[in-house]
Design a protein around this ligand. Structure first.
Ligand SMILES: [Zn+2]
Length: 338
């Protein structure tokens, strides 16, 4: 038992050391976003390739030199966790490892004598590296989320998108020692809800081409933040609109940027506040891999160059999931160096 405890402690320290040496906390607290797993692997100098692996999520080799393979057959959050697990093998100087689905099912915080200690340790590393307590705290602060709100599956799902983890991993992390935002009873209730149900609730009567894609709910609190997701993700934008005073949001920028607006509605106002702000609710679909900055303005339509009442902007990187070959971040480095 002491051996397991020490191994987990060592893994957590190694993860925290990486956060510090890459100033990850400072960056994320300023800009939002998540831990960049594949960029960290690139900076560590480990060759990383994505391949359609059969029956495996990832591979770590160290002879004659270190290298990592990650499957292309799973979504981005699984690719990220697998990458973090393989990075753990490298950082902790482990033996080569072929990692199958059981990687995701192992709990690093339960004693499990059947599993090789290095697998337990690589998972403890991956969890601490991808989901450190300060990362959750930073998103709670930005969004104004309190502990009591973490019983709501929709909010936990939105948290999972912003930290780049699966819904299930996020639910489990909220109960982790050192975080303990929810009780086991709440976690069980959250895990009974399927992400598909949450997506249905967010989309209402809009029927997406499939239910694998994620659905982001973006509000004023997301202003200025970084949205990192996948190429076919959906976005529900809900912004206060002062149409009673003649100001409306225009969404031409969305179409120009490669998003298709699939629904446009106005909700409210709450109560009898005639002339008060309503909520403009827009649903948009990303039409392919893309990266950029989206800026929207609430203006009086007849005063094109007049001062906007308010503005909303986010940076987005919708290149997930990773496809066969080099990681997206490495492709960018190669192009920039050319
Ligand atoms: Zn492993």
């Amino acid at each position: 038992m002491a051996e397991v405890r020490n191994a987990i402690l060592q893994a957590k320290r190694a993860a925290a050391k990486l956060h510090r040496s890459h100033l990850m906390r400072e960056r994320i607290e300023a800009e939002g976003g998540r831990i960049d797993v594949f960029e960290t692997i690139l900076k560590a100098g480990i060759p990383l390739l994505f391949r359609p692996l059969d029956g495996l999520l990832g591979v770590f080799v160290n002879d004659p030199s270190p290298g990592v393979l990650v499957t292309t057959k799973r979504g981005l959050s699984v690719q990220r966790f697998t990458g973090a697990h393989e990075l753990g093998h490298f950082i902790l100087r482990h033996q080569p490892s072929l990692d199958d689905e059981s990687v995701l099912r192992r709990s690093p915080f339960r004693s499990a004598p059947n599993y090789a200690l290095q697998e337990l340790q690589a998972n403890a590393f991956a969890t601490e590296f991808m989901l450190p307590p300060w990362l959750l705290a930073s998103h709670f602060k930005r969004q104004g989320w309190g502990q009591e709100m973490m019983g709501d599956p929709m909010i936990v799902y939105q948290l999972s998108l912003r930290i780049g983890a699966s819904y299930e991993a996020t639910c489990r992390s909220l109960m982790r020692p050192g975080i303990q935002v929810i009780e086991r009873r709440v976690m069980r209730a959250l895990l009974e809800v399927q992400p598909k149900e949450i997506k249905k609730n967010l989309l209402g009567d809009y029927m997406p081409p499939d239910w694998r894609r994620d659905v982001w709910l973006l509000r004023e609190k997301d202003e200025g933040s970084v949205i990192e997701g996948s190429r076919s993700d959906l976005f529900v934008l809900k912004l206060a609109e002062h149409s009673g005073s003649g100001y409306v949001w225009t969404f031409d920028e969305l179409n120009e940027a490669g998003f298709a607006v699939v629904r446009d509605e106005r909700e409210g106002p709450a109560g009898d506040a005639i002339g008060g702000p309503v909520t403009r609710s827009i649903t948009a679909r990303s039409e392919g891999p893309q990266r950029g900055r989206l800026s929207l303005a609430e203006r009086r339509p007849w005063a094109e160059d007049g001062e906007p009442f308010s503005a909303f902007s986010v940076h987005y990187d919708l290149n997930g999931p990773e496809v066969e070959g080099l990681s997206q971040v490495e492709r960018r480095h190669v192009l920039e160096a050319a």
